[in-house]
Design a protein around this ligand. Structure first.
Ligand SMILES: NC(=O)c1ccc[n+]([C@@H]2O[C@H](COP(=O)([O-])OP(=O)(O)OC[C@H]3O[C@@H](n4cnc5c(N)ncnc54)[C@H](OP(=O)(O)O)[C@@H]3O)[C@@H](O)[C@H]2O)c1
Length: 396
């Protein structure tokens, strides 16, 4: 039986992970559930999964959680230990009882706990791509040094992980990541200035958290995935291609040196890659619809439009530049996405804020999590200034 800590249990990946646990009680038990501010959902998860520890972001979140647990009439003896904050997230990720950590907090809030789990040599099911985008060198050095297992949950990287098992890594020439193209695949570039947050949140094939959904609409998410793939599998950016595949059924392809291409194909359901990250190198039945090959179907593969979606190009440039560039890219994007969702600036301004922040941040080579978080904070502050300047211009 495997014992899990789930970072981000109240999110889209977190709830899907708990569904995998729910269906395989004989295989998995939950040591800790970690969330941000959603005390209501965490309380019901505690009642169902009975973790030993539950962690929320702040002490006021904890007060609300206590009230909820009382309201649920969960006997005190069945309550988990309750705690909050950064140190608590780390503690439950490095606890001796834990074999596997599912890293599914959104953004750099999940970095330290994920990094420390790697340093303790745990298996980490990695959904939080911002961990490798912000701190790829540091995390991958630790994976090698401490013998941790980093198994990707992101569906494209999970697909690549599966295809890579079929051959010799030295004979791989190229990785092809697919992208749905997002809700604005067929929207003319000039019309993007007028799209609303509600339209951008309407992803054609996946249901996910708000940040990643907007990142899919700008193709920033695919740029992050290019960076993530370079770190996970040791590719150069020039060896990673992105291809638009609106059906989101082929997740990734690996081209071998003889020109043979292997593809990973499955339904658009995150429970498959989550379960794979738990069972690897084994497989087991997943609660995911199987593809019906007797039905007629059409799959398209199209090149991405780098002119319409410049954040994808910027991601390649940042990965080539190295150092802190990708950390700044992620931080500025998070602030810009937030501002767009709050209606403070237009969709194309996400790119403007991110590229201007990158241009104004000095080149740095962080060597610790603390240095990365410091650069992340500086980039956020700078990006906020750019947003304010734009919001002011809109009001004026
Ligand atoms: N969803 C997908 O299908 C998918 C696919 C591939 C990769 N990913 C990646 O997986 C990660 C999670 O995505 P998601 O879609 O699951 O996001 P989401 O639905 O927005 O969930 C985010 C989770 O992070 C928690 N969180 C946020 N800030 C926190 C903080 N300061 N401390 C502790 N917990 C915090 C949230 O808690 P509260 O809600 O309680 O505040 C929630 O549990 C992202 O990095 C995303 O890029 C997601």
């Amino acid at each position: 039986m495997k014992t899990l800590t789930i970072l981000g249990s109240t999110g889209s990946i977190g709830t899907n992970t708990l569904d995998v646990v729910r269906r395989n009680r004989h295989l998995y038990q939950v040591y800790a559930l970690v969330a941000g501010h959603n005390d209501a959902l965490l309380a019901s998860q505690i009642a169902e999964f009975r973790p030993q520890v539950a962690v929320l972001a702040t002490s006021s979140d904890l007060d609300r959680l206590s009230g909820r647990l009382t309201g649920l009439q969960l006997p005190r003896a069945a309550w988990p230990e309750l705690s909050s904050g950064d140190a608590a997230r780390v503690q439950v990720s490095i606890a001796g009882a834990v074999d596997t950590v599912i890293s599914a907090i959104v953004g750099v809030a999940g970095l330290e706990a994920t990094y420390q789990a790697v340093v303790r040599g745990k298996r980490v099911g990695l959904a939080n791509k911002e961990v490798l985008v912000s701190a790829g060198q540091l995390v991958m050095d630790a994976v090698r040094q401490y013998g941790a297992e980093l198994v990707p949950v992101d569906s494209e990287h999970n697909g690549a992980h599966q295809c890579l098992r079929a051959g010799n890594r030295g004979q791989v020439s190229r990785l092809i990541l697919t992208a749905s193209g997002g809700p604005f695949r067929n929207t003319p570039k000039e019309a993007l200035a007028f799209v609303t947050p509600a339209q951008a949140l309407n992803h054609p094939t996946w249901r996910m958290g708000n940040r990643i959904t907007i990142d899919c609409a700008t193709l920033m998410n695919k740029g992050f995935e290019v960076i993530e793939a370079c770190w996970l599998f040791g590719f150069q950016p020039s060896q990673v291609d992105v291809v638009i595949h609106p059906q989101s059924t082929v997740h990734a392809m690996i081209e071998y040196s003889d020109g043979s291409v292997l593809a990973q194909i499955s339904a658009t359901d995150m429970r498959m890659p989550i379960q794979y990250a738990l069972t690897y190198p084994e497989r087991s039945e997943a609660p995911v619809p199987k593809i019906d090959w007797t039905e007629a179907r059409k799959w398209e593969f199209l090149p991405p439009d780098f002119g319409k979606f410049p954040l994808l190009r910027l991601a390649y440039e940042c990965q080539r530049a190295g150092g802190a560039a990708t950390c700044v890219l992620n931080a500025a994007d998070e602030i810009a996405v937030e501002a767009f969702l709050e209606g403070r600036m237009a969709f194309p301004s996400i790119y403007e804020v991110v590229s201007e922040t990158l241009a104004r941040m000095p080149a740095r080579s962080p060597r610790t999590v603390a240095e990365i978080l410091e650069i992340d904070g500086e980039a956020r502050n700078l990006a906020r200034e750019m947003v304010t300047a734009r919001a002011g211009a809109v009001t004026a």
